[in-house]
Design a protein around this ligand. Structure first.
Ligand SMILES: Cc1cc2nc3c(=O)[nH]c(=O)nc-3n(C[C@H](O)[C@H](O)[C@H](O)COP(=O)(O)O)c2cc1C
Ligand SMILES: C=C(O[C@@H]1CC(C(=O)O)=C[C@@H](OP(=O)(O)O)[C@H]1O)C(=O)O
Length: 390
């Protein structure tokens, strides 16, 4: 499976085309819209999310509620576009609009955003040409594609959840029974945190940052249960699934690090406290006595729950901007102020969950068959039984 996305933040809309989704998977607009709505929420978002409704239109690849095996094309309209049509240059310009366009031309790059590097690389004197596509508005379509993947996983009893472990240095206890408990409690929290006391402190930290014209980042954790043994492969570097997942997470706007299992903590511990002992019993088949490696050994899943952490840096656009240089005058100025979120960690958690879901669904289709969902169901049931008594 693969997908592309297209669309500018303030253009008419966003598109994705997903190729390789097996035929006969049950899929509705509601499946996708529910996921899009989750991405729009979360404490700390700016005014834009009050403007957008993020409702998907399925343009192809689904008939009578089932995938056909054809490419699935999805679109989402940008409701904000009506306010930006002249600036975006989609409509013919009138004289009085030129001023508006000039005022929206960006020549003072924001530290931490794509503005200056993209402008130099593509030779854009108006850095809006970079901003429009580097905006995390694009993650709407990554979540749309991920929601199709999540539907495939759910139909195979594989459950993906996400929660927030840290916002601006406020750390949460990762205390939950199983992934279903995690999902229920995280989704009931404004900041997607299962630790309600820490969640309240996170909200205070976000309010504080906003009041100071500043921004904060954090850590999210994706947990996946029900994963069959052997997704990915040890045989070649580009088939190692932990590597693919790390790439997917690092490609999310503002994500600066990934950990699998205990992650960087492994550097401080001896092997006896890192590797997970292997056991077998009738009920569970092969399993590990602990799960410090987060469900991966040798680039493959080992049947234990996957645990992947992603680190998000603070949002670059600051209402009290940092120093920058105007590319026309070369003088020092404050960076430009764009409307912005002060913390998008709870929303980005949903993006992280969905990019991981897509890579997992791709690994499933790769291992268990390509074209028909019913065949994948049969093959995975057979594999699960075989692995248990191997
Ligand atoms: C869900 C989400 C919302 C974001 N909202 C903003 C925002 O409002 N303002 C901003 O400057 N950056 C925001 N970002 C981060 C930028 O898109 C990101 O920092 C930028 O594209 C530069 O890429 P890099 O940080 O990966 O280097 C957001 C990121 C995500 C995932
Ligand atoms: C539009 C979204 O996020 C945007 C991501 C973003 C950025 O620079 O990444 C900047 C902001 O854009 P705007 O200036 O239009 O408010 C966010 O709102 C979205 O998540 O759908």
């Amino acid at each position: 499976m693969r997908f592309l996305t297209a669309g500018e933040s303030h253009g008419p809309g966003l598109t994705t085309i997903i190729e390789g989704v097996p035929a006969h998977l049950t899929l509705s607009q509601t499946d996708i819209n529910d996921e899009l709505k989750r991405r729009q929420g979360g404490y700390g978002r700016g005014r834009r999310m009050k403007i957008e409704k993020d409702l998907v239109e399925i343009m192809s690849g689904v008939r009578h509620g089932k995938t056909t095996g054809a490419p699935i094309a999805l679109t989402v309209t940008n409701d904000d576009f009506v306010h930006w049509a002249k600036v975006m240059g989609i409509d013919a310009l009138h004289a009085e609009d030129e001023k508006q366009v000039r005022n929206k031309t960006i020549s003072r790059p924001r530290p931490g955003h794509a503005d200056l590097n993209g402008a130099i690389k593509y030779n854009h004197r108006d850095m809006r040409n970079v901003l429009e596509r580097s905006s995390a508005r694009e993650t709407t379509m990554r979540v749309a594609a991920g929601s199709v993947a999540k539907k495939l996983l759910k139909s195979l009893d594989i459950t993906v959840g996400v929660h927030v472990l840290n916002i601006g240095g406020v750390e949460a206890e990762a205390d939950y029974e199983n992934v279903h408990d995690l999902i229920e409690r995280a989704e009931a929290s404004d900041v997607r945190c299962v630790d309600s006391a820490a969640g309240e402190k996170m909200k205070v930290a976000i309010d504080e940052a906003k009041k100071n014209g500043d921004s904060i980042g954090g850590i999210v954790q994706v947990v996946v249960e029900g994963v069959p043994i052997g997704l990915g492969s040890h045989v070649h570097y580009d088939r190692k699934l932990d590597g693919k997942l790390a790439g997917a997470v690092m490609s999310i706007n503002a994500f600066k690090g990934v950990e699998v299992g205990i992650g960087f903590e492994a550097a401080n511990l001896p092997g006896s406290q890192v590797h997970d002992e292997i056991a077998w019993d009738e009920e569970q088949g092969y399993h590990r006595k602990s799960n410090r490696l987060g469900g991966f050994e040798g680039g493959m899943t080992n049947g234990m729950p996957l645990k992947i952490n992603g680190v998000m840096k603070p949002i670059p656009t600051l209402y009290k901007p940092l120093q920058s240089v105007d590319i026309e005058s070369k003088e020092a100025f404050s960076a430009s102020i764009e409307r912005s979120d002060s913390c998008a960690v709870p929303a980005a958690a949903v993006v992280c969950e969905n990019v991981i879901a897509f890579e997992l669904a791709d690994a499933i289709v790769d291992m268990f068959g390509h074209d028909r969902f019913d065949r994948i169901q049969e093959a995975i049931a057979h594999h699960r039984a075989e692995a248990r008594n191997f």
